[in-house]
Design a binder for this molecule. Structure first.
Ligand code: AMP
Length: 173
């Protein structure tokens, strides 16, 4: 397969948001319609192959990728949001970070019982965020058919946390 247009557009930003972290900045991909479209089409192909019935985006860069994938496939889009952002009845999941914890939420009606959900985010690191999204979806009676990321930081072994789930990443670092 020809190299992905987006591959050369990922910008490494050292020591953001704190010392020692090499941040993968995806904004140059969003500024290049050809590269962005290619990423969306490849991710949409995988979601379709998984039999997805709803696309679940993780706040906030998961929304940027998840929405066009949902539209491309003519599927509903659902959000997992950070604590306190969702207005309606919701459920909550906490997960561990390197220091402290984080909390994500979903509306109680975001997933229909039995629905096959495909989780989307820009980047897979430790897998904690996607695993929390999986728990939310399963608590609502849904079933996760796969997860898609533009980038995977494979040295952080996020796939091991998402054991049993098909995980697709377009670029590996
Ligand atoms: P994790 O739960 O560790 O898999 O972290 C995934 C989330 O954190 C995603 O929403 C990413 O956008 C963000 N993230 C973690 N590490 C990085 C990084 N090195 N560069 C850019 N985003 C990151």
């Amino acid at each position: 397969m020809a190299e992905l247009l987006a591959a050369s557009l990922i910008r490494d930003v050292p020591d953001f948001p704190k010392p020692g972290i090499l941040f993968k900045d995806i904004t140059p991909v969003l500024e290049d319609p050809k590269a962005f479209k290619e990423v969306i089409q490849l991710m949409a192909q995988d979601a379709k192959a998984c039999g997805a019935e709803v696309i679940v985006g993780i706040e906030s860069r998961g929304f940027v990728f998840g929405c066009p994938i949902a539209l491309e496939l003519d599927l509903p889009f659902a959000m997992t949001r950070k604590l306190g952002k969702l207005p309606f009845d919701k459920i909550t999941e906490e997960y561990a970070l390197e220091y402290g914890t984080n909390t994500v939420e979903m509306h109680v009606d975001a997933i229909k019982p039995g629905q096959k959900a495909y989780i989307v985010d820009d980047l897979l690191a430790t897998g904690g965020t996607a695993a929390a999204a999986q728990r939310l979806i399963e608590r609502l009676g849904g079933q996760v058919c796969g997860c898609g990321f533009m980038i995977e930081l494979s040295f952080l072994k996020g796939r091991e946390v998402l054991l049993g789930l098909p995980v697709k990443a377009l670029l590996e670092f």
